[in-house]
Design a protein around this ligand. Structure first.
Ligand code: HEM
Length: 201
């Protein structure tokens, strides 16, 4: 889980960097880069590796969740929230499922809509059209909050699993973690808002 999670966070950083070119001034760069990703043959196997990474991560996540439940087949009589396990950890199976649902919608909206259109598509126009709808923007913004929760748990779990979150490094790891779980979702969250209010619609 830790390694596939690390791989997916790397993708998110790349994806965010690419999407920051959606801001009006760099519109041409964004569309050319999207064209390159859509047409350059070497990108295809990389996409399959990416989709494989997502699949492995969610299969392992489901497996770990089922195993944890299997540890105690009977539910506790007193249902209390554990103070030792963070809320984001307890919710990770649910936040993960919501991110999966978002991904299906997101891929239909952009990836499938551009790759299977049968004619060249200006990716900037496609994204601007999607973010001209306030309902889409609200749903995306909700997703970015959920993504932040998921990454908050994931980042700490990553270093815990690798045995690196020792007392000595904990403070440093948690500080770097803020970049991942707060700044990545915030970066994504800014895009629909800037496009909508900045007049790209
Ligand atoms: C404002 C936020 C976002 C925007 C504007 C955006 C935009 C796009 C666009 C335009 C594509 C098609 C790229 C192409 O086919 O060349 C795409 C693909 C994709 N997006 Fe996003 N995305 C956003 C957030 C996210 C998030 C949060 C995730 C993951 C949780 C994600 C996962 C993916 C994946 C897996 C693909 C397919 C692989 C690829 O083509 O790069 N996206 N996105």
């Amino acid at each position: 889980m830790a390694l596939t999670g690390f791989f997916l966070v790397s993708f998110l950083m790349f994806h965010l960097t690419m999407n920051l070119f959606l801001f009006e001034g760099s519109r041409g760069s964004f569309s050319s880069f999207a064209d390159f990703l859509g047409t350059f043959p070497i990108v295809r196997p990389i996409e399959w590796i990416l989709f494989g990474g997502f699949l492995l991560h969610l299969l392992l996540g489901g497996f770990v969740w089922l195993m944890n439940r299997g540890v105690r087949p009977q539910a506790y009589k007193v249902k209390g929230t554990s103070k030792t396990i963070k809320l984001s950890s307890r919710l990770s199976i649910y936040t993960g499922t919501l991110i999966l649902a978002f991904l299906v919608w997101h891929l239909i909206q952009f990836f499938i809509a551009s790759r299977f259109a049968g004619h060249p598509v200006d990716m900037f126009v496609l994204v601007a059209q999607a973010f001209s709808n306030p309902v889409t923007i609200v749903l995306y913004e909700i997703l970015f909050v959920i993504l932040g929760f998921h990454l908050n748990h994931g980042f700490q779990a990553l270093f815990q699993s690798l045995g690196l979150r020792t007392a000595k490094y904990r403070g440093f790891i948690d500080a770097v973690g803020v970049i991942v779980w707060l700044l990545i979702p915030l970066g994504f969250a800014s895009i629909p808002l800037v496009m909508y209010f900045g007049g790209a619609r």
